[in-house]
Each structure stands twice: as C-alpha cells, then as structure tokens.
Design a protein around this ligand. Structure first.
Ligand code: AMP
Length: 229
C-alpha cells in the first residue's frame, strides 16, 4: 500500500503515520525526519537544510525532491510506504506523480487530515521527540500520548527514553511560516492536495480520504483504518 499523507504541522500526521506503519507493515517516510537525521550527523545535506528549517521555510526543491525520490527506491519501500511531509508544494506533487508513473508504481491513497491552524499550533508546541524512536509519539498537551513522568520530568511514554522539543516547534514565527506554507491553496501544500484531488476526479487511481483531525488519537485512527479497510 502506497500513501501520501497530508495535514498541517501539528495535526497528528506523524502519530497516525506511526500507527499505520505498524498496522500495514509499510515504511513511514518523513521528509522532516530525514533532514533532522542529516543535521544530527552533520552531513552536507544537513548543513544545507538547517538554515531553511530553522526559519520554518521549505528546503529548496532541488535538494528535497531527489532526496525523497531516492529514498523511495530503497529496499524497505518495496513492501509499501507512507510519505509524510512530502509533497509540500505543487512542483513536488508533480515530481512524485511523474516518478511513480515512470517507475510503474501505484499510489493507493491520498489522506488529508483537516485541522484549524490555532489548534495545530498548540499541538506543535506540546510535542516532544523520543531519543530512541521517532515513531514513539509524545505530546504534553494530548492525554492519549502524554509522556510518562520520571524524577519530576518527562520521558517517552513508550520506551522511557529521553525527550527533546524541536527548536522550530518552540518558535512561533517559524510555526507561523510553516502554516502559511501549508494552508496556501495557490502555491503551498494545499495546492498540492488540490492537484491530487483533481487527478483523482480525472480517473487517477489514488483514492482521496479526508478526515477530521480534531478528535483524539484513537478516534482518528479508528476512522482512518475503517476507511483504508
Ligand atoms: P516537518 O518535520 O515535516 O515539520 O519538517 C520540518 C522542516 O523540514 C520543514 O519546516 C522544512 O523546512 C523541511 N521540510 C520537510 N519536508 C519538506 C519538503 N517536502 N520540502 C521542503 N522542505 C521540507
């Protein structure tokens, strides 16, 4: 099963992606995670990407598009994948559609998680990253995925690992920019969602699933899994 997963930053995309990864045994590919791993390693890619990420801007397409298309060629993607955080603009949308067509690969679902900007912003500020596994969701503002308490602080609710907050998640200006890009229906991520909706109406195989991101983690995942079958 191959899935494109859209939703504003903070909508719970990563959390739902982790659930689908386990349930359907597919690879969960997050463009932001690939960038952050490269920054941690100090690679050339990480060095190039960091300044854009810190400002909440998109890393240029000439870096991002080949990085993702190459990632999809890796062995673990043969069993299926869920792409989270890409495409983020119409150019990236067209690039992935073209690459899939050329590789004879089918896109099965395009999922769009709907959430108001204000709620998404609050959720972003509450999320924490587990040092051991990026697929261990933790958020100090969401009961279902609230970190565990230890020695007066928080640790990962799944494995007890240490937690950090992303610096771009604690910077309101950077959050605002990321949301400006997401909610932009002309040149941003919603334009890319529209591109796939239009394709679907014209007979492109991918099914569109829209779902409300407001309810809790469990409720959203039940509705989602029900629609995926
Ligand atoms: P995320 O973890 O999805 O919030 O992504 C963190 C940051 O990585 C974004 O604010 C961008 O700077 C960069 N990034 C992630 N995905 C993309 C993409 N598809 N295109 C360009 N930049 C991206």
């Amino acid at each position: 099963m191959n899935i494109l997963f859209f939703g504003p930053n903070g909508s719970g995309k990563g959390t739902q992606g982790a659930i689908l990864q386990k349930k359907y045994d597919i690879s969960h590919i997050e463009s932001g995670v690939i960038f952050r791993d490269n920054i941690k390693k100090g690679s050339a890619l990480g060095k190039k990407a960091k300044e854009f990420i810190d400002r909440g801007e998109l890393v240029p397409d000439n870096i991002t598009i080949p990085m993702i298309l190459d990632r999809l060629k890796e062995d673990d993607c043969k069993k299926g994948w869920l792409l989270d955080g890409f495409p983020r603009n119409p150019e990236q949308g067209e690039a992935i559609k073209k690459a899939l067509d050329e590789a004879g690969m089918k896109l099965d679902y395009v999922i769009e998680l709907l959430l108001d900007r204000e709620i998404a912003k609050n959720r972003i500020m509450g999320r924490r990253l587990c040092a051991n596994d990026n697929n261990h969701p933790n958020n100090i503002f969401i009961d279902a995925i609230k970190p565990a308490e230890k020695d007066g602080g928080f640790v990962c609710r799944v494995c007890g690992g240490s937690l950090t907050a992303r610096s771009d998640d604690q910077d309101e200006a950077a959050i605002g920019k990321r949301h400006d890009i997401y909610y932009d229906k002309l040149k941003g991520t919603l334009a890319s969602v529209e591109y796939f909706k239009k394709l679907s109406k014209q007979g492109y195989a991918a099914k569109i699933i829209e779902l409300d991101g407001k309810p809790g983690v469990k409720e959203v995942s039940e509705v989602l899994v029900g629609k995926l079958g």
